[in-house]
Design a protein around this ligand. Structure first.
Ligand code: GDP
Length: 195
């Protein structure tokens, strides 16, 4: 309860990744049609899960499950940003994630450019922190429709100082590698904070 004379105190609701046992919040970012939903379905499916039940994406497009990475369990909450073109939703996700999978489609140059824009916006929201990000070139099964080369993807990731991987959600190729990679980066960050 606050009266009009109260000043608005901005509370930092971003959660602390170093807190032991707290799930890692991983956000899927990218243009429409690049494969975010496909990634979320693979994550929510049975493969690699330590949970007995499959995890359905809830109405709010989040899914939490415990996966094993390098012999150690990691609880991940995955957020699928279905409305990333909406400015408000996008900014909201950029403030709440611990790590980001930044997707584009190798068959769609516009989505590659969109990924760069999103990376720049992300940097604005996270200037001080080293937030783990992996640039993901999805749909690498569609070789004949390729518009963005591996070299370009890699170069972009180097400029943006993040990791890079090409995946195919359709073939389930490298998708878990991307999820595991982001957990490894989050652990490195946690370990360096604890040190
Ligand atoms: P979103 O809008 O980013 O959530 O994209 P979706 O996951 O809905 O994918 C858009 C379309 O691309 C769907 O028809 C998917 O089946 C298809 N798709 C997603 N990933 C791949 C992939 O790796 N390879 C191919 N060939 N199609 C894909």
């Amino acid at each position: 309860n606050w009266s009009s004379s109260d000043s608005v105190i901005s509370t930092d609701s971003a959660w602390e990744p170093a807190e032991p046992g707290r799930p890692y919040r991983v956000v899927l970012l990218g243009a429409s049609g690049v494969g975010k939903t496909a990634f979320a379905s693979i994550f929510g499916g049975a493969a690699d899960s330590m949970d007995s039940d499959d995890c359905e994406l809830c109405e709010d497009e989040t899914c939490e499950k415990t996966i094993e990475v390098d012999g150690e369990p990691a609880t991940v909450t995955l957020l699928d940003t279905w409305d990333t073109d909406g400015e408000w939703a996008q900014e909201c996700y950029m403030q709440t994630g611990d790590a980001y999978l930044l997707l584009y489609s190798i068959t769609d140059r516009a989505s590659f450019l969109r990924a760069s824009e999103l990376r720049i916006t992300l940097r604005r929201f996270r200037p001080a922190q080293h937030t783990p990000i992996i640039l993901v070139g999805n749909k690498c099964d569609l070789v004949r429709r390729r518009e963005v080369s591996v070299t370009e993807g890699r170069a972009c990731a180097a400029v943006f100082d993040c990791k890079f991987i090409e995946t195919s959600a359709a073939m389930q190729h490298n998708v878990w590698e991307a999820f595991h990679g982001i957990v490894r980066q989050l652990r490195l960050r946690r370990d360096s904070k604890e040190a």
